[in-house]
Design a protein around this ligand. Structure first.
Ligand SMILES: Cc1cn([C@H]2C[C@H](O)[C@@H](COP(=O)(O)OP(=O)(O)OP(=O)(O)O)O2)c(=O)[nH]c1=O
Length: 195
């Protein structure tokens, strides 16, 4: 049963998140806002993605009078170090050099805000990803495709980056940027029932 009376708003400029949310088959609008993505250095990875997901949802919810707003955030964590989106090509090279031959964890947060009641819920999911060993030439060729430039950790599992991922433990969609099983579960508590 799909509830079409409750309007869903995706607070994201990420084309990946839009495509991922379309998989659920429920209608939604996209609204974006600029939020400061800096967080306190002592925060754990799960608290970082939860805080930023809520911040993104709240920035859009503040402009509305009703609807359910969804915000999300994705980070890559290697040995306790958080890798966000690369600033430039040399930053992407630095990240991919660190990630190659290693296992890391991708965290994605999900926040929902009911604008009318101000009720909110925030959660996260994490997935382990193993990147195969890469030569400097391979890293440079990958950066030359431009694919790494707007992705957390400087790779995209759903693109050419699929050729550098040896395997994952956990939910694939968490790596791409929106944990769909978790999102559907949360949406059901806000009146948007997918199945
Ligand atoms: C690890 C990984 C990340 N990503 C992307 C998902 C996110 O778009 C991006 C992480 O940056 P985010 O800051 O989470 O999101 P965003 O700035 O792209 O979009 P918005 O804040 O407006 O919602 O990295 C992939 O597409 N594939 C991957 O394999």
């Amino acid at each position: 049963m799909t509830n079409t009376n409750t309007s869903l708003i995706l607070a994201s400029s990420s084309p990946r998140r839009r495509e991922l949310l379309q998989n659920l088959g429920t209608p939604f609008e996209v609204l974006t806002s600029d939020v400061d993505e800096t967080t306190a250095p002592e925060l754990s990875p799960e608290d970082v993605v939860k805080e930023l997901s809520l911040r993104k949802a709240a920035a859009v919810a503040d402009r509305l009078t009703e609807g359910i707003v969804l915000g999300s955030d994705t980070i890559v964590v290697l040995n306790g170090q958080i890798l966000g989106k690369p600033m430039d090509e040399s930053d992407a090279f630095r990240m991919l050099s660190m990630l190659q031959g290693q296992e890391h964890t991708v965290y994605s947060g999900v926040a929902l805000i009911d604008v009318a009641t101000k009720r909110s819920e925030v959660s996260f999911s994490h997935t382990q990803v193993k990147i195969r060993p890469l030569s400097k030439e391979e890293i440079n060729s990958y950066i030359a495709t431009r694919e790494p430039m707007d992705k957390a950790g400087s790779y995209a599992i759903q693109g050419i980056g699929a050729t550098i991922v040896e395997g994952i433990k956990g939910d694939y969609f968490t790596v791409v940027g929106l944990p769909l099983c978790l999102t559907a579960n949360m949406l059901s508590r806000f009146g948007i029932v997918i199945l």
